[in-house]
Design a protein around this ligand. Structure first.
Ligand code: SD4
Length: 323
């Protein structure tokens, strides 16, 4: 005990003299961006249009970026026609719909759930983890129990359409995600409110016919989503394994911190993946926004598009791609 006490005393004294200056100094940001204060929302794929509309409504009414992000992606989660987010998502190989989601606010807080079953709005469970628990991430049965204990209702997520598609898949049992199709539809959304504060959310049922228990990039802070309100935010869609190996969203935000534009940062994020993997049959798409309200988007293959709500317009835009 006395040894421990003297150790603590010594390490306390050492810490008191410790400089908290960064060891690696970030490059100064190219231009000092004047925060964009008109509000904007950017999100992945066609379903981003409806999500952006909802998110932008909240921002227009003076709401916060984090409320906008959560409410925006809830629209996608509740849409049973989308087969890669929330209800109606394609199941894993054993027929279970398992959901991943996360959220980050502009204060650097984060919440996440993964491998969650039976709950319609994983993003709101992630928000509750962020707001009401001392943790960042809950998984599987623990996340499910937390949701049920907090008033989320048990919901059947496997729709007849997705069950039919799964039964069809069982005939061949071939696991081969198809670019822009079977790994299509995660929604990653970045929002900026009228104060110029940035937040984001990402939610998915993950890859169709994945192994039971597989978790992708989408609920991992820094992989599927990362926000640093001093710099900007980034989010990912596509084959999560590639994003996880490079911690893509964190990388993109750090590149922006060092002076890259959102477009340059997204392109470098894709390049990092391509230099280490054979990406012929694999898709990843990134979106990014910085404090000046500039946006970037880039993918490995053509076919990735996103919805941008800015200056009164909400429109679909085709992202540039490496190949
Ligand atoms: C995953 N990244 O679970 C997700 C899938 C996805 O668009 O983004 N689909 O790997």
């Amino acid at each position: 005990m006395s040894n421990r006490r003297s150790f603590l005393k010594r390490s306390g004294a050492a810490l008191a003299g410790l400089s908290l200056a960064p060891l690696v100094k970030a490059q100064p940001v190219k231009k000092d961006p004047i925060p964009y204060k008109k509000g904007l929302v950017i999100s992945t794929w066609w379903h981003g249009l409806a999500a952006n509309d909802e998110a932008h409504k909240i921002i227009a009414n003076g709401g916060t970026a984090v409320d906008a992000a959560e409410m925006g992606v809830r629209i996608t989660e509740a849409d049973a026609t989308g087969q890669s987010v929330g209800v109606g998502g394609l199941p894993d190989r054993d027929g279970n719909v398992t959901l991943d989601a996360c959220i980050m606010d502009s204060k650097g807080n984060a919440g996440s759930v993964c491998f969650l079953q039976d709950i319609l709005h994983p993003v709101s469970v992630a928000r509750k983890v962020m707001d009401d628990t001392p943790h960042v991430m809950l998984a599987g049965e623990g996340a499910r129990r937390f949701a049920l204990d907090n008033g989320f209702e048990k919901t059947k997520l496997l729709t007849p359409e997705s069950e039919k598609a799964w039964k069809e898949w069982l005939k061949e049992k071939e696991y081969k995600p198809i670019i822009n199709i079977e790994n299509h539809d995660t929604i990653g959304l970045l929002s900026m409110d009228k104060a110029g504060d940035i937040a984001g959310a990402c939610t998915t049922s993950g890859l169709a016919y994945k192994m039971h228990g597989r978790v992708g990039d989408s609920p991992i802070i820094g992989a599927g989503l990362f926000v640093d309100n001093e710099v900007g935010g980034a989010t990912a869609t596509g084959l999560g394994e590639l994003v996880l190996r490079t911690l893509g969203s964190f990388l993109i935000v750090e590149l922006m911190r060092q002076g890259a534009s959102p477009q340059e940062a997204c392109e470098e994020g894709v390049r990092r993946i391509a230099e280490r993997n054979n990406v012929k049959d694999m898709q990843v798409g990134y979106l990014a926004v910085n404090k000046a309200g500039e946006v970037g988007a880039y993918a490995i293959h053509p076919g990735f598009n996103y919805a941008l709500h800015r200056d009164g317009h909400n429109e679909m835009i085709d992202a540039k791609s490496m190949l």
